[in-house]
Design a protein around this ligand. Structure first.
Ligand code: ZN
Length: 186
């Protein structure tokens, strides 16, 4: 899909609702880079400990070894010798992620960032608006609405709980289309 520019880094962003296959797509891109024998590494923020502490795991259970970092700056140090850098659950980093990604790309690395663009209230999530703006390539993936089967770009929280961050899976969230999504603030 993406022609590889020579002697240059760039930023790819994969966003979308929960259950839209973001992590799966991230793993697919990194796996292809590894097959091409490019040194790669993957990072995720400390907050997300679901399934596995040292692996990124997609909902369909494909997985890849990853580093857990306390903040985005650590990625700069840890990925020093890599050509391709993957970042998962990017919405949980703070806004310094944007600067980190910019630096990585200036250091001629291919940076692939996956994250939720919106939270359960339908609002921009963490550093995602900034990183989407910084992206050279942007893919917004769709899930399938659990109610009607249309394409879904909203994440509906189905339990009654407040707070932007509530780690969970199908027990707590559903993918919904624009018609079926109910904003908790309405
Ligand atoms: Zn629907």
């Amino acid at each position: 899909m993406i022609q590889r520019p020579k002697n240059m880094g760039w930023i790819e962003v994969i966003c979308g609702s929960m259950f839209s296959g973001k992590t799966e797509e991230l793993i697919r891109r990194l796996r292809r880079a590894r097959i091409a024998q490019l040194p790669t590494s993957i990072y995720k923020p400390k907050i997300d400990s679901r399934y596995s502490k040292s692996h990124i795991v997609s909902h369909n259970k494909s997985e890849m070894k990853s580093h857990i970092v306390g903040d985005a700056k650590e990625i700069l140090i840890l990925s020093k010798d890599d050509k391709v850098v993957g970042i998962d659950e990017a919405q949980f980093f703070d806004i310094s992620l944007v600067k980190t990604c910019r630096k990585l790309a200036s250091n001629k690395k291919r940076v692939i960032v996956a994250g939720l663009d919106r939270d359960y209230r339908g609002l921009p999530f963490g550093p995602m608006p900034g990183i989407m703006c910084e992206a050279d390539y942007l893919d917004k993936l769709q899930a399938i609405c659990i109610i009607c089967g249309n394409h879904a770009s909203y994440t509906q929280r189905i339990i009654n709980a407040k707070g932007q961050v509530l780690i969970g899976e199908m027990d707590k969230y559903e993918a919904r289309c624009r018609n079926c999504y109910k904003n908790p603030n309405d």
